[in-house]
Design a protein around this ligand. Structure first.
Ligand SMILES: [Mg+2]
Length: 209
């Protein structure tokens, strides 16, 4: 069984950098508390061509330093990945993340630097379930319910990461998943809980053969 782990906001603090970028471009004072749905930043702030300001963030590359200084791993995330490598085997720990064209090389370098994961275990796709389907069954850990939803609706386990309750986006949809998919969907606040939950799911999976 494999461990599929999201990068942005699950292992590293990307959202504060997004907010800082939007605040500086729009001359406003957003905080994390203002974000109630995940796509809100990209939908709400558009440039004169109707393109999301948020997209400019990714294109700004060196200035916002995608992964070159501003974005740092969450406390404990590197140790968490080490624990997963012991639990699942190094070859079974994959990062599944999204990237606009041209950003992959920054992310690859960043992931290798902080998490010692090679490019063959890093995957860039919009539908996370589709890519993992080709790689083999596993558990997704992600902070965005849309991705956890794509797993559970296909009968695969997934875990939503709240970063100690800091991420409060899409709460209604999270509750719906909890009610509807109680055997496959879980919410965790920290890495310790994530490890325990992944351990339980893996054991259950092994017992089922
Ligand atoms: Mg994420």
């Amino acid at each position: 069984m494999k461990a599929y782990i999201d990068l942005d906001n699950t292992l590293v603090n990307t959202v504060d950098s997004w907010i800082e970028f939007i605040n500086s471009k729009e001359n406003i004072n957003l905080t994390l508390e203002d974000i109630h749905t995940y796509p809100w930043l990209s939908m709400k702030f558009k440039d004169e061509n109707g393109k999301g300001i948020y997209d400019h963030y990714w294109e700004s590359g060196d200035e916002y330093c995608i992964y070159d200084g501003k974005i740092k791993p969450h406390t404990g995330s590197q140790e968490f990945i080490d624990e997963l490598k012991s639990m699942f085997g190094k070859e079974n720990v994959h990062i599944v993340t999204m990237a606009l064209d041209g950003i992959e090389r920054f992310k690859n370098k960043f992931i290798k630097h902080y998490f010692k994961i090679d490019p063959e275990n890093i995957h860039y796709y919009h539908n996370k379930y589709d890519v993992t389907k080709k790689l083999g069954s596993g558990i997704l850990l992600d902070d965005y319910q849309k991705h956890t939803r794509s797993f559970v609706t296909n009968g695969s386990p997934s875990i939503l990461f709240t970063n100690n309750g800091k991420y409060k986006w899409d709460i209604d949809q999270t509750k719906e998943l909890e009610n509807k998919y109680s055997e496959l969907f879980y919410v965790v606040d920290n890495y310790e809980q994530a490890l325990w939950r992944m351990h339980c799911i893996k054991n259950k999976y092994n017992e089922a053969g």
